[in-house]
Design a protein around this ligand. Structure first.
Ligand code: TGC
Ligand code: FAD
Length: 388
């Protein structure tokens, strides 16, 4: 009886019963609520975000690894496994969950005042309120330290001015976490998106992550009360601490996209007759499948190792970079090679492979490009900073 790549590695023997059960719950949600429509959402570049968010809230995956305020408080590994199942459907779905739970909610949970937490987190966990996370700017992506968005004190409150770019869910969010320069260094602000002066035009004509909303945020003299600022945190460690969380989810998520490509390719190769016998029966095909399974399984072992370190509270940012760099890079390589196995059929939306491959181009770039993660690892290895 043929085995799946993860069965070959006996991955389930490394998971607890609760983790396997939780994974199954997310997988069932994906099968019934996402898979039937996802190719169409991708093609038309529309996704029923509100409806999905409510479903994901009911499922308990929004901010699932956070404690309190309506969040499930699961292990980090369980969160990673959920990301894997979500991204097996589409990276856009995992993006929705990453931005809501790991970026917008985590920022408020980690750095917010008690009042901010109570005001926003329970409704965000339920999927009733959508958040976005504004760090990147048109001229400052890999180097957020240079951001130009500015918050100046105005009486008791603040006035924010600037532009953020490439912001997931920006134009549909109810609340934006916006990072800005102040006299005291970079600070974070919780901005209700109906505040006067806030607009969020959607970015169109994307060829990647089409089943995900991406927007600009324009802050034109947005006035906020003093209570909108995160009280304590100053400097880049505020936003970068949130990125650790989302990058961790991607370590697992990218493997979901890769697994879906590989399982599709194996299924196709077993069905497709070429020169009078199944494509799966040729040595060249089997060599490809063996190598791809090996990379997928190695990526999963790395993800599980990092998950256990995170659950033990010892995971370091440069270790997250190891996982993000390797697993996204390998996922793209797997997607591209799987596409060859489908021949021409591989370029259509009838199969998920090209959609995953295109999505993974964004995943390679956001949450720190591959080059940024190489430089983070290089700094850890040498003690030399090579960003500048
Ligand atoms: P550097 O001097 O290294 O550090 C400044 C301060 O930050 C602290 N720090 C961290 N803290 C927590 N976690 C981390 N990973 C941290 N990395 C650094 C550091 O200790 C220091 O603290 P302090 O107290 O001494 O001030 O900063 P740098 O300016 O040299 O930059 C380093 C670099 C290049 C690694 C960083 O800027 C970086 O990671 N750039 C990439 C930017 C990025 O990833 N942007 C992502 C935007 S969000 C997004 O893409 C969402 S997509 C979501 C989706 O749809 O799924
Ligand atoms: P740049 O920083 O201009 O980089 C261009 C190239 O230069 C890259 O190859 C990069 O690796 C390379 N490079 C950079 N620095 C160095 C160096 N020191 N040495 C050598 N090479 C270098 N951002 C948010 O804040 N919130 C979001 O919700 C969000 N969602 C996104 C959704 C999508 C679909 C996409 C595509 C992006 C999203 N981003 C978001 C932005 C994302 O984080 C940035 O695109 C990313 O950080 C890279 O910035 P950049 O695009 O400006 O590229």
């Amino acid at each position: 009886m043929p085995q799946t790549p993860f069965e070959l590695f006996d991955i389930d023997s490394l998971l607890s019963e609760e983790e396997v059960a939780m994974r199954q719950t997310v997988r069932s949600f994906v099968e019934t609520r996402v898979r039937p429509g996802v190719a169409e959402w991708y093609e038309s570049a529309t996704i029923p975000v509100r409806e999905l968010a409510l479903g994901l809230g009911e499922l308990g995956v929004l901010g699932m690894h956070l404690e309190g305020y309506g969040c499930a408080g699961t292990s980090a590994t369980a969160y990673g496994l959920a990301c894997l199942e979500l991204e097996a459907a589409d990276s856009g779905l995992r993006s929705l969950v990453s931005v809501q739970g790991s970026l917008a909610m985590f920022a408020i949970w980690k750095w917010g005042s008690e009042e901010q937490k109570e005001a926003w987190l329970p409704r965000m966990a339920a999927g009733e309120v959508l958040g976005c996370f504004g760090l990147t700017e048109p001229d400052f992506g890999s180097n957020p330290a240079g951001m130009r968005t500015r918050a100046v004190r105005d009486g008791d409150g603040w006035v924010l001015t600037g532009t953020k770019m490439w912001i997931t869910n920006g134009s549909i969010a109810d609340v934006a976490v916006v990072w800005a320069q102040t006299e005291e260094g970079i600070r974070g602000f919780v901005v209700p998106t109906d505040t006067e002066g806030f607009t969020a035009p959607e970015i169109k004509r994307k060829m990647s992550l089409r089943a995900s909303v991406t927007s600009e945020l324009v802050l034109d003299g947005v006035r906020l009360p003093a209570t909108a600022a995160f009280p304590e945190v100053r400097g880049l460690k505020g936003p970068l601490s949130c990125l650790n969380e989302a990058r961790f989810g991607i370590v697992y998520g990218a493997l979901g996209a890769a697994r879906d490509c590989l399982e599709t390719a194996i299924g196709y190769a077993r069905e497709r007759e070429i020169f009078d016998k199944p494509l799966a029966s040729y040595q060249l095909t089997q060599a490809k499948l063996a190598d791809l399974s090996l990379e997928l399984g190695k990526g999963m072992l790395l993800a599980l190792h990092l998950g256990r370190l995170k659950d033990a509270g010892t995971l370091r940012p440069e270790q997250v970079s190891l996982g993000k760099l390797n697993n996204v890079r390998e996922a793209i390589a797997i997607a591209r090679e799987c596409r060859t196995i489908l021949g021409a059929a591989g370029i259509t939306l009838e199969y998920p492979i090209m959609r995953h491959a295109n999505n993974l181009e964004s995943v390679l770039t956001y949450e720190g490009t591959s080059e940024v993660h190489q430089l983070v690892i290089g700094r850890a290895l040498t003690g030399e900073t090579a960003f500048r």
